[in-house]
Design a protein around this ligand. Structure first.
Ligand SMILES: [Zn+2]
Length: 357
């Protein structure tokens, strides 16, 4: 009887011990599993930012976290890596530049200064991103699209044979400024590729200025008054004097009489067009005092080179010849071949076309 009781106690103790053992064994397993799951979540979330497997935390689907997602080296494996971003974008030599350029549509009444101020750039930088603005075509009209550069400078189109050094020299800026501008994606040995565009920080776009050929140029025989009368009696301004538009455009019907702004000698009266300029029919008058006046896009030239003209004398008819966006006259007043703003020099004013319309 005592032996039987002891046996029962022993069996009970054994069962209890086994039960305890099971609990002891089972508990760590479940804890480990839970720990593993939470570790996985942490790993995914923390390493996510480090290795950039996903673009953002919220994009990881819940199912991905629940299934075992760890490889041996601890880098998370995604069930679908087709959408995963490149975890380590490698910069390679010869990569094309990636510029952050804004396209801006010109609104009515916009001026270069207004646009430049809006984007925190110099007005000359507008030309730096839009070299075709230097052409005579009133491209700053409402609805025109401009490329706005993120910083001041020139977006230079690389031509055959150019190097970083030659481009830096062309714009008189340090080579390092071009290399160090990250979006240019330049890596040693800093090759540039024809047809690509590289940013030249701090550069100022240059405007081509055409002058009549020196040979066969009539000698100036009279000296002007130094004052300037209106080249046309009426019309409204379609384009003002800008860094890249070094003249004044007055819109008016084709065939409107044009007058010499001061006394002088006609030194050019012919077609004037080339790669970087297109005046159409052009008259140039030398006033003998350092000043010259230009009258472009004419329909008719009624003077000849060498002819002396008085201030206010009829010289031709306005037109729409050459690169012109509509009937208008383009006038320039140059002093020692530097263009001045005609609206400051011409006696009498023209209103802007937008106001009078
Ligand atoms: Zn013009």
């Amino acid at each position: 009887m005592l032996q039987q009781t002891n046996q029962v106690r022993l069996i009970l103790a054994a069962i209890l011990a086994l039960f305890l053992l099971l609990i002891l064994v089972a508990t760590p397993f479940s804890e480990t599993e839970q720990a593993d799951v939470s570790t996985d979540q942490e790993v995914v979330q923390t390493e996510d930012g480090e290795v950039e497997v996903e673009s953002d935390d919220g994009a990881i689907p819940a199912e991905v976290l629940e299934i075992p997602t760890r490889s041996l080296d601890g880098v998370p494996i995604l069930s679908d890596d087709a959408l995963a971003a490149d975890s380590n974008p490698v910069m390679r030599i010869g990569q094309r530049p990636e510029h952050n350029i804004i396209t801006y549509t010109v609104a009515r009444g916009d001026t270069p200064n207004v646009i430049a101020e809006r984007f925190g750039i110099q007005s000359t930088t507008i030309l730096g991103g839009n070299p075709n603005l230097s052409e005579e075509s009133n491209l700053l009209g409402a609805g025109a699209e401009l490329r706005i550069l993120p910083i001041d400078g020139v977006l230079h189109q690389v031509n055959y044979g150019e190097t970083i050094e030659s481009i830096a020299a062309e714009y008189d800026v340090p080579v390092e400024d071009i290399i160090n501008y990250a979006p240019n994606r330049l890596e040693f040995p800093y090759r540039v590729y024809k047809g690509t565009e590289i940013m030249v920080p701090g550069a100022v776009a240059q405007v081509f200025t055409w002058t009549p050929p020196k040979n066969n140029r009539p000698r100036s025989t009279v000296v002007g008054t130094g004052t300037f009368v209106q080249p046309v009696r009426r019309g409204c301004v379609t384009q003002y004097f800008y860094p890249w538009h070094r003249g004044l455009d007055v819109g008016l019907p084709v065939g409107t009489p044009v007058y010499s702004m001061d006394r002088g000698t006609v030194i050019y009266g012919s077609w004037a067009a080339g790669s970087y300029y297109d005046y159409g029919n052009l008259i140039v008058v030398d006033h003998g005092n350092g000043y010259e006046t230009y009258y472009a896009h004419l329909n008719g030239i009624n003077v000849f080179p060498g002819q002396v003209v008085d201030q206010g004398q009829f010289i031709g008819y306005s037109g729409n010849t050459g690169r012109s966006s509509g009937p208008h006259i383009h006038v320039e007043i140059r002093f020692n071949n530097n263009q001045d703003d005609p609206s400051f020099l011409i006696q009498g004013t023209y209103s802007g076309c937008e106001i009078s319309r």
